[in-house]
Design a protein around this ligand. Structure first.
Ligand SMILES: Nc1ncnc2c1ncn2[C@@H]1O[C@H](COP(=O)(O)OP(=O)(O)O)[C@@H](O)[C@H]1O
Ligand SMILES: [Mg+2]
Length: 571
């Protein structure tokens, strides 16, 4: 939490005014029992209407001032809490955007989402409550004790016994329940994971008829949660009866002692009422303080998690190798890559070069490293060993944006954002006009289905593009990459959901493109056989050649090709 304190910069005045104003509000509240005592002693018992009216007016004025001070203080504390969290939320968001994919994998998407949402809510709550209660509660508790002593020392002695006992009960319950609340939190997380999985995977669960298994799992997790909550609830439930017992016993003592002293003519009736009010004020404030501490322990935990996210070092780009004059447009020089935490390398000693204007086909079984190879070329991951050169310059020496501008990447799993077809397509080229968009859609074989929609390129795309089929999303992603006019186009299995005819039409359209290099990843030899160079990946190792060369010299390639063409013949 202390690490986040620096982000209060610029809101310190409001952040200081809030607790100070709350403190003045507490001061005013402490005056109220005294005024009431005077109304009783001087006004009611002596039948002095003048006193009743003036003191009554004093009460109203104190109330009004208290109200305006309180409203202003609440505004300042809410403002400070919201601005503070808005600021760290923004910084966290930017941090997440800057993180490398290795870091994304390590931390996990759902954790990142919780940091930006639930954790932020908790911090906001903590800051807001702290500003409001930090100074107010001690002032009320200590102030009420002092005032009680000023009213009557002997009767106030009851406070000396009651207040510490009250504090003890409240804080004991709190100390027992805080760790339990932490367990509840992780049990809620567990139940949530199951809910998330069953909602996102609802179709699969239904298709396999295993909704019941998932429901059972949820019930089990829910039961753990319920048991934990029950146990904690039982302890928390003790709080009210116990505090009431102490307060009521103390009140009884107070009234008994007070009555005796009133009888003896030492104190007035009003004084007893005032003492009683102070006792209630203390109780209410102690309960608020306990709540504050519970909220604070939660928000401290969240703040620590957010701080550790902010402390993750930025992506470390390895040192770049000196420029290389090989004449090739792209060169992979002994590139190896191992995912963090994975035992075996995903790519081993890959070397090949691509001349300007060439079309490269990449083929291999699933898991052979095709996507990894393309991710390295896009700079999403950095080679563990070896270097990749574009135009003779190490890829590590290109800035992230510079590289992004060069490359049009159609990922294996197409991602379409909520918006419109147009907003999705123009992501890499804001200025594209209708004509350009239509041309890109045409090349990607997406013009037909977009034209059939009522609003054409302004058709709404729902979240994750779910109002389009898998193949349609793929073609929209291809169009989006084309619209960017990239130097290097990467199609990672971009036609896997397309039928042969559409695939071949798309290939024909793409062959006329003016790119410096086009990489086509595919499982089908038919999609890549006319490429200038084919790279066959097998367990992270590469063999390169043209279709004819590989067919002649490479057993694996021949097998893949023959298996597919036999299949095709059979159709
Ligand atoms: N984010 C990741 N973290 C750890 N291992 C991964 C990750 N992505 C892929 N792999 C592993 O790397 C290997 C190559 O994967 P990938 O490049 O996706 O293969 P392909 O695209 O050829 O199907 C596989 O063994 C896969 O399990
Ligand atoms: Mg892949």
């Amino acid at each position: 939490m202390t690490k986040l304190l620096g982000y209060f910069k610029g809101m310190r005045i409001k952040g200081l005014l809030a607790p100070l104003l709350k403190m003045s509000e507490a001061g005013l509240e402490l005056l109220v029992p005294l005024i009431i005592a005077q109304i009783i002693d001087l006004g009611i018992s002596q039948n002095n209407r003048q006193i009743i009216y003036t003191r009554g007016l004093q009460l109203v004025i104190t109330g009004l001032i208290g109200l305006s001070v309180s409203v202003t203080a609440q505004y300042f504390s809410a403002y400070t809490a919201v601005s503070f969290v808005k600021r760290i939320q923004h910084i966290c968001y930017e941090k997440i955007q800057r993180m490398s994919f290795t870091q994304h994998n390590e931390i996990g998407t759902s954790t990142l989402i919780t940091r930006l949402t639930g954790d932020m809510d908790s911090i906001r709550n903590g800051v807001n409550l702290t500003l409001r209660l930090l100074l107010r509660s001690p002032v009320v508790v200590i102030g009420a004790c002092i005032m009680a002593f000023r009213v009557d020392k002997q009767a106030a002695a009851v406070f000396i016994g009651a207040v510490p006992l009250l504090a003890l009960v409240i804080f004991a319950v709190m100390i027992i329940t805080i760790p339990k609340n932490r367990h509840i939190r992780s049990a809620v997380d567990g139940a949530l994971t199951t809910v998330r999985e069953s909602v996102t995977g609802a179709r699969v669960l239904r298709a396999f008829g295993i909704e019941k298994n998932q429901a059972d799992e949820f019930t089990a997790k829910n039961e753990i949660l319920t048991r934990l909550q029950e146990r904690t609830g039982r302890i928390s439930a003790l709080l009210n009866p116990l505090t009431c017992l102490i307060v009521n016993t103390a009140s009884a003592c107070l009234i008994w002692i007070g009555a005796k002293r009133v009888d003896a003519g030492i104190i007035s009736c009003g004084a007893v009422v005032a003492l009683y009010s102070y006792m209630s004020q203390i109780l209410v404030e102690l309960i608020k303080l306990a709540n504050l501490i519970i909220t604070l322990t939660k928000s401290f935990a969240c703040a620590d998690r957010v701080a550790s996210l902010l402390e993750t070092p930025d992506e470390e780009i390895p040192e770049s190798a000196p420029d290389k004059e090989s004449g090739a447009y792209i060169e992979f020089d002994n590139v190896s890559f191992t995912y963090k935490g994975a035992g075996a390398p995903a790519l081993k000693d890959i070397s090949f070069s691509v001349n300007r204007g060439e079309r490269i086909g990449i083929i291999g079984a699933t898991g052979s490293g095709k996507s990894t190879l393309m991710n390295l070329l896009a700079g999403f991951y950095r080679p563990t060993r070896g270097h990749i050169y574009i135009e003779g310059k190490d890829i590590n020496s290109y800035g992230r944006e510079e590289l992004a501008k060069k490359i049009g990447f159609v990922e294996q799993k197409s991602v379409i954002f909520g918006g419109t077809v147009r907003s999705n397509l123009t992501l890499g080229n804001e200025n594209a006009g209708d004509e350009e968009i239509t041309a890109a859609l045409k090349a990607a074989q997406a013009d037909d289905f977009v034209a059939q929609k009522e609003n054409g390129i302004d058709t709404v795309t729902e979240q994750n593009g779910r109002n389009f089929s898998g193949g349609q999303r793929q073609r929209l992603s291809v169009a989006r990459a084309l619209l960017k006019n990239p130097d290097i186009l990467i199609l990672d299995d971009a036609s896997s959901a397309l039928d042969y005819l559409t695939d071949s039409k798309m290939r024909k359209a793409l062959s006329g493109l003016d790119c410096r290099a086009i990489f086509t990843v595919s499982q089908r030899t038919g999609s890549i056989l006319d490429c200038d160079k084919i790279i066959l990946l097998e367990d992270g190792e590469a063999a390169a050649g043209t279709h004819d060369e590989l067919l002649k010299n490479n057993e694996e390639y021949r097998e893949i090709h023959l298996s597919q063409f036999e299949e095709d013949d059979a159709v």
